[in-house]
Ligand binder design. Sequence first.
Ligand code: PSU
Ligand code: MN
Length: 305
Amino acid sequence: MIRGRLRIAPAIAAALRADRPVVALETTLVTHGLPAPEGVATARQMEAEVRDAGAVPATIGVLDGAIVVGLEDVQLDALSAPGAVKLNLSNLAAALARGQRGSTTVAATAWCASLAGIRVFATGGIGGVHRGFADRGDVSADLEALARFAVVVVSAGAKAVLDLPRTRELLETLGVPVYGFGTDTWPAFYRRGSALAVDARFDDPTALAAAAAAHFELGGGGVLVGNPIPMEHELPAEVEREAIAAALADAEASAVAGRDLTPFLLDRLRVATAGRSVVSNVALLRNNARLAGRIAAALPPRPRE
Ligand code: PSU
Ligand code: MN
């Protein structure tokens, strides 16, 4: 039924049929998370990292009324022209039906990946519970999607502008396993660690892949992997603290809300750190794409029905 809505590039369809490793990549970080032309360049670097790790990259977006799984270079360029809609679980269908051009968030990409039969997905930082939750009630659809779709999501934690302790609690509530790759604490995006524990630590992609496969076998939903930002790209704690405070103050002083909030905060961080946050973001994205490729390559064969 979804066939017409889901356009899987031939190379990716062939890899999936042969049960070769495939990694889904999202596009909201391209259109809304990074400044142009950094976004498109980063998407291509992430694809290269996935390939270097021995897997096939499948960058996902919405074009001409279809979910395109495996955007070609010209399609990625078309998608990232100004005006792309940021798509999550609640506006994906309307965008498809209207033929709107859109980029997929973690939430929408997890959905599309599971429709396509892709089991691993790389992003930068997931969305979560925003600070000031009591007043705004703003919780990213990424958390609900993680609970629902059986995909391994590789990230550097949740975005640092969020309320990380509440986000961690909600993942626990939703039953999403949070694994640390080479870490006992949940990574905090621009920083390698936090005071928050992971459910299990793995130092080897094969052991991690086995745990994720066991979760899927039990009928579980998504698995979140926390992969710390490479040490040399961490933002100094003081720089990060001040930049986040400035970004949150700017958001408070403006009327920004809803889907616009996260892109607004990321852009304010860029300004407050004189571009350093973007360099760190790109570094952790590439690092996550590479690990996702290794995990995809290590997953046991898909069980045959
Ligand atoms: N990771 C990044 N940059 C980003 C994002 C993730 O390094 O811009 C995007 C993802 O697409 C994620 C979205 O799903 O930010 C979160 O938006 P919201 O908080 O509105 O759900
Ligand atoms: Mn939100």
